[in-house]
Design a protein around this ligand. Sequence first.
Ligand SMILES: [Mg+2]
Length: 262
Amino acid sequence: MLRKGTLACSVLCDLDGVLHCGSRATPGARGFVERLKRSGRAFLFLTNSPDHSRRELQSNLRKLRIEVPASRFYTSAQGIAAFIQSNSRRPRVYVVGSPALRHELKRTGAVFDDKTPEYVVVASGGRYGTDEIDKSIELILKGGKFITASREPVSPSEKGPKSGCGALIAPIERATGRLAYAVGKPNHLMIRYLERLHDWNPKECLMIGDSLDTDMDLGTQAGMKTVLVLSGITSRDDLKRSATKPDYVFANVGEIDFGKLP
Ligand SMILES: [Mg+2]
């Protein structure tokens, strides 16, 4: 796990667009994970997707012949559950989202309530239609606090972009006039809870990801060294137009040599 004071920087690494795009591995992903394990660095895969449990993420990577222990994942579903738990001991929650998100909320003491919840959580990975949209609007207008995993409108897949949480919350934000609070990257909450879970220092950490708006923004703000890979949603043109610059840029994780990084 992540521990403070290791000689080389610890590694926080995104998943989608970095190790895989949908169900296809990115070039060099398997070798990258093996080099990461051999490097002796502490590492954790940090994802804004609340769609899957840690076991499911492990199993999905195993299908790509990439082996990562389930304990080495931290998802926005865990982040949402930790955030809600830190504000309320036994919160009442209405959830539109994946079984994994529901499980994390239940595990941290939340009670599901579709009448007068304190929190309305809308995220990808579960059943989503006009019934869920209308119910969310009703409960938010009654006073439910509106939470989501991330504001990213799309996530990459092998068939092209698919709707992300940002697309799913948009009609509800429009109808209620309330903006959802996004717990995932670039929100520091995602690493604040990690700091509680693991004794580590962001300043001795590399953030590897494919998104300027989430991974690189979080890494820069937290004082980490940032590593952008161009195998996901960011193109060289996007990078040229970006006001912020990552410390290192690679075409894909296959090019990353840990011997040449801090
Ligand atoms: Mg990504």
